[in-house]
Design a protein around this ligand. Structure first.
Ligand SMILES: [Ca+2]
Length: 236
């Protein structure tokens, strides 16, 4: 039986779709190393780390967080444990922001000292395959991160909440501004739904402009400022 034109086109489209699918699955991604940016945490042991003042939410980068201008932490949790993570600073005018993910490890998964790119979405899960160490060409595997929670400190924060590409203050509620009455301090609490590794990233968002009473020069984006981070186990 003679093939109709429609049938031929249909077969060609199917072939193209298959080829496209193959290319997509074979596509590799350059991973970003978190060496020197990632700290292991234990319950109740504060760690002082340095972050940039607007790296958790960077208007110049489409409002994404910036992987290497922030700092990362991780801790293993058991299913059902309720924990809090606090990021606080004594630097006036600096407002911490933080995102938390569950990150599966083991066969097929990239080690946790690799992240999938130079920017991160503050309130999204990711699942990406064939992450590559560009230096060695090694396929690191899959980076899967299930979003758990996020937020930023609004205590004392000035600014007009307007949402646009250049906005310094996100009015999009998914960024989750939190006021607990303590300027420079942000606490996120959550219950572990699964046993395993939880990874978090933190940095500043929308710092105050430099003033006579605020000696920190936040106009220097590259400057890093100290924050103290503590993970605590909460009683049920
Ligand atoms: Ca606060």
């Amino acid at each position: 039986m003679k093939e109709t034109l429609v049938s031929k086109i249909s077969k060609s489209l199917t072939a193209l779709a298959l080829a496209g699918g193959f290319l997509a699955s074979a596509q590799v991604q350059a991973a970003a190393s978190l060496d020197n940016y990632l700290t292991d945490f234990e319950f109740g042991v504060p760690q002082e780390l340095k972050v940039q003042s607007q790296a958790w939410y960077k208007p110049q980068f489409g409002n994404a967080g910036w992987t290497h201008f922030s700092k990362w932490g991780q801790i293993k949790l058991k299913r059902g444990q309720t924990v809090s993570i606090t990021v606080k600073t004594s630097v006036a005018g600096l407002y911490p922001g933080m995102s938390v993910w569950f990150r599966p490890q083991g066969k097929g998964f990239a080690p946790s000292n690799w992240y999938a790119g130079h920017s991160y979405h503050q309130y999204a899960s990711i699942d990406t395959w064939n992450q590559i160490d560009q230096t060695t060409g090694t396929n690191l595997g899959r980076i899967k991160m299930d979003w758990v929670t996020n937020g930023f400190d609004t205590d004392g924060m000035k600014g007009t909440p307007t949402w646009n590409a250049a906005a310094e203050y996100p009015s999009n509620s998914s960024f989750n501004g939190i006021s607990d009455g303590i300027p420079g301090s942000l606490t996120l609490s959550f219950k572990a739904k699964r046993s395993g590794l939880y990874q978090f990233v933190f940095a500043g968002i929308n710092p105050d402009d430099k003033t006579a009473t605020k000696p920190e020069d936040f106009s220097n984006n590259a400057m890093r400022h100290p924050v103290t981070v503590t993970v605590e186990k909460l009683l049920k």
